[in-house]
Design a protein around this ligand. Structure first.
Ligand code: 4NP
Length: 156
């Protein structure tokens, strides 16, 4: 069985490339599902750039290697991916605006899968903040990607 997951944030240089790396690392242990994982931005502001060096450094300390280059979401993504997972509510509403209704069932918020989460609006944007924000991104991604994998397995 193969499932295709696209993680989406605003710039595709902080949260969604980190989500891609964390998810790949955790999903690697799943033996009966092959995951195709990618990330993209609702904007093309950083197209072609590697992930933010602060995000890469914080991720590296936990053993995650972020290698992706930023790209904007394209129309074909809505057809191609099974799960399109937004990092925050703004990304979520933007994805809905960018796609036709037939694809809206594929669009989720990263915190949708975790009951009792204090982060109902997703993963806060760390770009203009300090080190704590990047650590928080990784904490939230580690918890919520495990829940996402459980959700996908239960849906099969
Ligand atoms: P991301 O973070 O959406 O997690 O990649 C941001 C990156 C860049 C900007 C905003 C957020 N920016 O304003 O350029």
């Amino acid at each position: 069985m193969k499932k295709k997951i696209l993680f989406v944030c605003l710039g595709n240089i902080c949260r969604s490339p980190a989500a891609e790396a964390v998810f790949k690392s955790i999903a690697d242990k799943e033996k009966d599902i092959t995951f195709i994982v990618d990330s993209a931005g609702t904007s093309g502001w950083h197209e072609g750039e590697p992930a933010d060096s602060r995000m890469k450094q914080h991720a590296k300390k936990r053993g995650y290697n972020i290698t992706s280059l930023s790209r904007p979401v394209i129309a074909d993504d809505f057809k191609r991916f099974d799960y399109i997972v937004a990092m925050d509510l703004l990304n979520y509403t933007d994805l809905k605006k960018m796609s036709s209704k037939e694809y809206h069932h594929k669009i989720y918020l990263i915190t949708d899968f975790t009951k009792n989460s204090n982060y109902k609006e997703g993963v806060p944007d760390p770009y203009y903040g300090g080190a704590d924000g990047f650590e928080k991104v990784l904490d939230l991604l580690e918890v919520n990607t495990v829940k996402l994998i459980q959700f996908i397995k239960e849906e099969r």
